[in-house]
Each structure stands twice: as structure tokens, then as C-alpha cells.
Design a protein around this ligand. Sequence first.
Ligand code: FAD
Length: 351
Amino acid sequence: PTAPIETDALIVGAGPVGLFQVFELGLLEIKAHIIDSLAYPGGQCIELYPDKPIYDIPALPVVTGKELTDNLLKQIEPFGATFHLGQEVQVVEKRAEDGRFFVQTSKGTQFLAKTIFIAGGVGSFQPRTLKVEGVEPHEGSQVHYRVRSPEQFAGQNLLIIGGGDSALDWALNFCAGHEDGNPHKAESVILLHRRDGFKAAPASVAKMQALCEAQEMQFLVGQVTGIVEQDGRLTGAKVTGADGVTRIVPCDQVLAFFGLSPKLGPIADWGLALERKQIVVDTEKFETSVPGIFAVGDVNTYPGKKKLILSGFHEAALAAFGAAPYVFPEKRVHLQYTTTSPKLHKVLGVE
Ligand code: FAD
């Protein structure tokens, strides 16, 4: 096993506030590693509203979720934070011997951090699951909420559930012929959605309809209300249609794409004082009940808290100053202006 990564600061969550935390720490010359369970940075701005305009970021009259994220990434570039994406932070423990924190992610990456900044927002985004009796034992083998290796579905009879881009894109993908260079064509594809209306891109919907016309795949309106098993294997789904009739749809694999929903998840188990699933902090340093662990953005609570991006930015600045004594016990840290400080110009690389 490799040795844990040693760092002055570890940021949990790469939403807008976690990203700006990199900047505020960087100005104080504190290097950070940043982790997110999603495969990309941006948090809610990217996951929930990439194309929607935000109007209340100071000095940016209008900016979309994606533009804000891109700008933040550009702004923190000089600080060279290391990103660890697609992994959830599961363990956070204070070590008795040196007061540092031991941190471990779902991928087994380990850290020893002097300070931790929890910018976990509304939690880590997890796929919504199929809520039908008896499904759980098949999850990961015959019931899937994400596609990790498309090859595993080649030549099989697929039931794909959902009406968004993921459901449509995968349905089209598994349906496309070998002549299109598709190495993982399914034996058959049935798309199931609870209504005959889609959130997916209209072009994908049109393609899907054309494939149904050509009898290359099928589309059904209805909901899965049960599963059919034989000798411990899933052999089909019970699908209740709009007419109230339940039919059995035989299949080898079920792929359900119901979107992602955030879960506070392991953050709740790190021994921090919580209030209604939010981390309690002070408003001087945004420090939690555990010294050395700070919480910023949507994940924290204090009197008057508003879950706004601009509030998170302010919190990140004060948390960085709050953390400086843990990283540089001997140094007095002063406020400097980015406009005029030669030292800050140096760290920003704008000399
Ligand atoms: P988030 O954006 O929630 O990011 C947290 C990140 O932490 C996520 O990526 C998550 O995957 C990750 N994470 C959580 N737990 C873990 C873990 N254990 N391990 C690894 N990663 C983890 N705010 C405004 O100010 N103005 C607006 O106009 C506005 N419009 C909005 C519109 C919509 C539709 C929504 C849903 C929200 C809007 N907001 C708006 C709110 C704003 O998006 C949030 O305040 C902001 O995203 C909070 O940022 P954050 O970085 O604290 O958390």
C-alpha cells in the first residue's frame, strides 16, 4: 500500500465554495487537495443547473452554473490544487499522536491533513435507486444505476428505465448496430418511462422514436412495480402501464437512470456537532466542533445562515484565516490586498 498523501489542507467537495476555498487558502500559501464524489467539479451548479443563469454573484450580472465553475477553475489555477474526483470521503479521524486528520475515500486514497474544509453542500450526489421489493440483491449484478463497462451488456436483453439524457443516450448506444462500430450492441433494448414525455435532448428522442418505428427497439410507458426471479436470478420486471394493467417484461439486465440525489452520507459520522443535518460552525472562523475542521457553504449552519454562493465565498475567506495558525503556528498572518501586495502578486503569478 502507498503512504497516505500529506497535505496542509484537504477540501471535501468541489462545488463553487470548495473551489473558492482553494483560492483563499492559496493566498495564504496553504496548498490544498480537493476531493469530490462526482467525476467533475462544480457541485450543484454543474449537476443541477449548468445552463441556468445566476444573477446574484457580485460583479457578475449574469453567469450560468457552468460559466461560474469554469471561471472559478481558472481563478484557482495558480495554486495547483490536486483534484481527486469520482471518490467519496468516507473516513475522517483525528490522530492522537500529532493532531492531524486521517482521511480515506471510497477508492482507498488516504490522506494525512493538518486541516480539513468540508464544503460538502447538500451532500454527495448518489444515483436514485429503483424502489421495488427484492431489487437490492441484484444491484450491481443485474440492476444498475450507472454504466461503468458497457461491454458487460453486449448481447443481452436490456430494460432501460428513465426519460432523461442518460436513459436515452444509453438506449441509443446499446441499440446501435455493429456496423456503426458499436462493440457492445445489446440483443434487445426496451426503454421504459413513466410517461410519454422526455427531459432528454429532442434529437435523441427523435432518434429513439425512429428506432422504434424500425422495430430496432421498443418504448413502453409504465413503471416497474416488481421483479420476476428464477433460481435467484432476475428474469424480468413487472411493469404497470398507464392502463393499470401489470405485464411481465422479460430481461437480463435492468438499467435505471432516475438522476442523482444528494445524501449527506458519511459526513454525518465524523463526530461533528450537527443541527438538522447541517454542520454547526462559529461565524468567526467557520470552524466546527472539532478544532482544525472547518465547514463552508451549504453544508454549515449558524444564526442567519443563507444558502447562497456569495455567503459561501465569504465563509471560505474567513475559514482560510482561521486555519492559518494550524498550518503556520509561528507565523502571524496579515490581511493583504491582491491589488497592491507584491507577495500576493508572487503567489498569484502576476508579477
Ligand atoms: P455544492 O454545490 O452542493 O457542492 C458540494 C460538493 O460536495 C458536491 O459536488 C458533492 O458531490 C461533494 N460532496 C459532498 N459530500 C462529499 C463526500 N463525503 N465526499 C466527496 N465529495 C462530497 N445560489 C445562489 O447564490 N444564487 C442562485 O441563483 C442559485 N440558484 C440555484 C438554483 C438551483 C436550481 C439550485 C439547486 C441551487 C441554486 N443556488 C443558488 C444554490 C447554490 O447552488 C448553492 O448554494 C451552492 O451550490 C453551494 O455550494 P457548495 O460548494 O457549498 O455545495
